[in-house]
Write a protein that binds this ligand. Structure first.
Ligand SMILES: [Mn+2]
Length: 333
């Protein structure tokens, strides 16, 4: 558990606030989307105005967590709108599931100049100490677990809808209770959430059994490019801009596709490289051995966890692939 003093300070910040901006890392995953939805509902339950803001579009399969369309910075809202007009101003900013400026592109200048206090609730080891108050537990499997314990400590009601968001956060960050970050706390909190009336089988269908056909075709393309190296222990694959055009899939559709190759028993480290519109390459990394992929990501300015990390690399794909291969080879030899 995070220390109670941080909990108390966070409660004080929230009680004082009237209008709260709630945001999370770019390329939001289930933990990020779940936490934003839950935090907004918790704040509204306390009579506050809560404004969610994403830094890049949310995958459509998390859309059910929100009643309204959630704005995306630059697409729907400009940075200037955050401090004035109908959107702002805010007297508290809550950042969930990250504490790193590299994960908060385009909002970083606003965060650095705002007068509003910042509250961070996170579970990553990498930190830029963005918040005046921070509830950070690197040992927690999901930010949703940290948020759940905070809401419980505060004694604020957890509605069925909030329980669903927390369950999505916890279930997705543990790969539906498969990754080795899945500890007894994960299962206990999941059980508590089920007691609040959620339907895990229904959530599973919404999250995992609902590929669009374009997304499935994108996965087919990715799998057809799979290469195994280093004694079949390293799997690498890539997706090009042309693949999005050919399949009709979008960038958000790449989420979790990297995990497929870990069905091969020999694979301990994997990478998925995605060519971006601006020519850079987004590299995701996974490990299920002793290799700490966050070290590799950090070498290129990225971050994450020991078992799951990511970074941006200069293109083209082949060049990016060689950069990562060299790092993986050093660690697997
Ligand atoms: Mn997370």
């Amino acid at each position: 558990m995070a220390d109670n003093e941080a909990f108390r300070q966070a409660i004080a910040l929230i009680e004082k606030a009237q209008c709260v901006l709630v945001t999370t890392h770019t390329k939001p995953d289930g933990d990020a989307c779940g936490c934003v939805a839950v935090m907004c509902e918790a704040l509204r339950g306390l009579g506050k105005r809560a404004q969610p803001l994403f830094l890049s579009p949310i995958p459509q399969w998390y859309g059910f967590l929100f009643d309204e369309k959630t704005p995306v910075l630059r697409a729907d809202v400009q940075t200037d709108d955050l401090s004035r007009g109908a959107f702002g101003p805010f007297d508290l900013i809550v950042i969930l599931d990250t504490n790193s400026y590299s994960q908060l592109p385009r909002i970083e200048p606003f965060l650095k100049q705002t007068d509003a206090p910042i509250l961070v609730i996170d579970h990553h080891a990498t930190s830029d100490n963005i918040g005046q108050v921070e509830i950070v537990e690197p040992a927690a499997a999901a930010a949703g677990l940290v948020l759940y314990d905070f809401l419980t400590f505060a004694g604020w009601p957890i509605t069925r809808r909030m329980a669903e968001g927390l369950f999505v956060a916890i279930a997705t960050d543990t790969g539906w209770f498969q990754f080795n970050n899945t500890d007894s706390r994960t299962y206990r909190r999941a059980a508590d959430l089920i007691d609040l009336g959620i339907e895990p089988a229904d959530i599973y269908d919404k999250l995992y059994q609902n590929f669009s056909y374009p997304r499935f075709k994108l996965m087919q393309t990715m799998l057809s490019r799979l290469e195994l190296h280093l004694g079949e222990r390293y799997a690498t694959q890539h997706i090009l801009q042309a693949d999005f055009e050919a399949t009709g899939a979008s960038y958000e559709d790449t989420e979790n596709l990297i995990n497929e190759c870990h069905r091969i028993s020999s694979v301990v480290v994997s990478s998925l490289l995605v060519e971006l519109k601006d020519g850079r390459v987004r590299c995701s990394l996974r490990s299920r051995g002793d290799v700490d992929v966050s070290e590799i990501a950090a070498k290129f300015g990225g971050g994450g966890h020991k078992k799951a990390a990511g970074t941006f690399l200069p293109g083209p794909i082949d060049h990016a692939k060689r950069l990562i291969f060299t790092e993986v080879a050093q660690r697997l030899r």
